[in-house]
Ligand binder design. Structure first.
Ligand code: CP
Length: 341
């Protein structure tokens, strides 16, 4: 049994921060952008451990660049095969061990719930850097910072999500975050096989959000303020044939961009495969590489916030006793299927 005691604050899912806290992180990110030298030594003597058991370019490197730009240092596991996870070490034991060496952890894991288990066992803050098809809260913060900087607001927006809405954890996390702002309309564009999970849709409907669901990107293009493109996630498919059939469902081209508002912005968490033509990159409305840069500034702000709160002794509320492997979960990708007591 994992007996939970008071723990430092973590970021496991977007709702872990209040709207006010998110606003503070976005403001701090903007301040870092405008005054980088002011922050260049604030994390001297601090260590970030990046534990990445799934491939990554942007998230791991932007976390590491963020810590270096704050004057801190980094320990990294960039491949599960190079760590004792390959010998069967549990996430819980890994978290306890890394707490002996580092001040803060960023973890990416293919098993859903793994960063939560790490946070329950670590004595230092844990940041979820993406867990299976669940959540990717730091991508969400980068997305929010990008929308705020590009559009000047986070409310009164029609946001289109296009592509793999079933497995896309960035989509699930961003919808969860955006629903806390006023007057957001969600336009869900996907093949029938890759629709947004029913539980997310039902929850939006229950709270009276306006939702449009369609398979046709061109039809809805003129009404969008933000188009959030996503890749069809090959690694989440059980059938390669099914992936091959669906992988080119949407390709954003210059022609399609012609139907969009001049103020519309295209975001994409990246990596891109071929769902956005490279010719679209030259359109000033293509914000996805600015979004990747914003991710570094936002992660600087996030590291600062969590380290400061840990130093001040700010803690998560006690959750009581939880038995991870007694949770009833029929999801084969859930960490509860492998983690030991
Ligand atoms: N957006 C994102 O998570 O990219 P990486 O997989 O390269 O980290």
């Amino acid at each position: 049994m994992l007996k939970l005691m008071l723990k430092p604050r973590n970021l496991i899912q977007p709702e872990d921060f209040s709207v006010e806290e998110i606003d503070q992180i976005l403001s701090l990110s903007q301040n870092i952008i405008e005054n980088p030298s002011k922050y260049s030594r604030v994390c001297e003597g601090k260590l970030l451990a990046t534990l990445f058991y799934e491939p990554s370019t942007r998230t791991r490197l932007s976390f590491e660049a963020a810590m270096f730009d704050l004057g801190g240092n980094v320990l990294t596991v960039s491949d599960a095969n190079s760590s004792s996870a390959s010998k069967g070490e549990s996430v819980a034991d890994t978290a306890k061990t890394v707490s002996c060496y580092a001040d803060i952890i960023a973890m990416r894991h293919p098993k859903e719930g793994a960063p939560l288990v790490a946070s329950m066992n670590a004595s230092i803050p844990v940041i979820n850097a993406g867990d299976g098809g669940h959540n990717h809260p730091t991508q969400t913060l980068a997305d929010l910072l990008t929308i705020k900087r590009e559009m000047g607001r986070l409310d009164n927006l029609t946001v289109g999500f296009c592509g793999d809405l079933k497995f896309g954890r960035t989509v699930h996390s961003l919808i969860t975050a955006l629903r806390r702002y006023e007057n957001i309309k969600f336009v869900l564009i996907s093949p029938n096989e890759l629709k947004l999970p029913t539980y997310v849709k039902e929850s939006l409907k229950k709270d009276n959000f306006e939702i449009v669901e369609t398979t046709d990107l061109e039809e809805v293009m003129p009404e969008l303020d933000v188009l959030y493109m996503t890749r069809i996630q090959r690694e989440r498919f059980d059938s390669f044939d099914e992936y091959e059939r669906l992988k080119d469902s949407y390709v954003l081209t210059v022609d399609k961009m012609n139907a969009a508002k001049q103020t519309m912005r295209v975001l994409h968490p990246l990596p891109r495969v071929n769902e956005i033509s490279v010719k679209v990159d030259d359109d000033p409305r293509a914000a996805y590489f600015r979004q990747a840069l914003n991710g570094k500034y936002m992660r600087m702000a996030l590291i600062l916030k969590l380290l400061k709160e840990a130093e001040e002794g700010k803690q998560m509320p006690p959750l009581g006793d939880v038995r991870i492997n007694e949770l009833v979960c029929d999801n084969p990708r859930c960490i509860s299927s492998t983690e030991q007591e």
